[in-house]
Design a protein around this ligand. Sequence first.
Ligand code: HGY
Ligand code: MN
Ligand code: MN
Length: 427
Amino acid sequence: MRQIAEHLLKEYSTGLDYAGIKGKRLASRIQEIANIGITDNFGSCRIGFSAEERQAKELVKHWMSDAGLEVKEDHAGNVFGRLNGKQPSLPVIMSGSHLDTVPNGGHFDGVLGVLTALEVVEAWKATNVQPNRSFEVVIFSDEEGSRFNTGLTGSQAMMGYLNTLPEKDYEGKSFEEVLENNGLSGDTFFADKRDPSEIAIFVEVHIEQGKQLEKHDKPVGIVTGISGLFGLEICFSGQAGHAGNTPMGDRQDALVAASEFIFVNSTLPQKVSSSAVSTVGQVHVFPNGTNVIPGEVRLSVDIRDIDKNSLEQLAGLVIEEAIRISKAHHVKVKWEKTLDVAPVPVQARMQELQAKVLKEHNISPLYMPSGAGHDAMIMGKQLPIAMFFVRSKDGISHNPQEWTSLNDCVTAAHVLKRFVEKLEGAL
Ligand code: HGY
Ligand code: MN
Ligand code: MN
């Protein structure tokens, strides 16, 4: 087992243990969650709706109830730990993130958001504070979407933006089967829509997964908005054939067409804006034989930008180029939208309050958009949101090398706690 807690604590400044927040508890919890679904090269693998994600949720539920929270789970597998405030009828302040990971991810993505929100509750418990408004720690299901190549599944189901999921998952298992193995059911999965009027704000602490905070030597920063995300699955289909007996001029090779598309796709974002990105992350070749001309290629395209118009423009360009290239290679092309989430801004007044709290902790505010998608972008469609980024070592993420120091994790917990405490006057 990689000694994550030991490594975290080695560099920890224990002076950051104050106001009920404890670095040792945070470090040991990061370790305990990392132990679930650890991979051969010490990464994390807790695919959405897997036994590992379920095990991690059950572990955090245990911590939640030990901390005196009322623990509930909805039919989409979202977990809520509620601390009733002095005025429990007021809309709740919600904070959290996800525990699922990409296939060989790191130990902080999502986990830090859940554990810092729980750390706030632990701190209030240790200092006998009962907040005015109720506070809910939330774990959203399947944020990464590695199971069905979608993403933000739990938060979309909770907010009523999702009514179906792809029939089959990446292993060919049906949606129903996947859920049943996870104690859930397709019939009720979309049933629990949360009334947005019950929620005052959603606050998410998340690792930056980039290099800005490190470059400016800051532990925590303010997210100004979250990029929109447009997902496509594109399928090029030609003619499978004998690799030896088919002259080069007589082929409809789906992989050659797909290869040209993959390269062209990488040149398109700069045509629309400096913040646009487009990534082919997954390629399936059929029949995938060494002596067979590929008959079909299915690939994923992940398109993002902070600006809605250029996101739409780029998506259009990607499809146009796929059509052009398919014609040039005498193959057919079809595509399917897998995700379509608009960019979401963070309200200026929330950013001002976030800045005030950072200054209180002697951190001069650094503002930045998020290129990565987060559950906060789903919540932000109808509710006020706020998001804090926490420094990532070398900007690495979605990778076993993902790392955030315990000092930065604990500073983020302090900042979140003070922000939530100050929210009373700002909501
Ligand atoms: O893909 C993303 O942006 C996030 O990590 N789910
Ligand atoms: Mn994440
Ligand atoms: Mn992620």
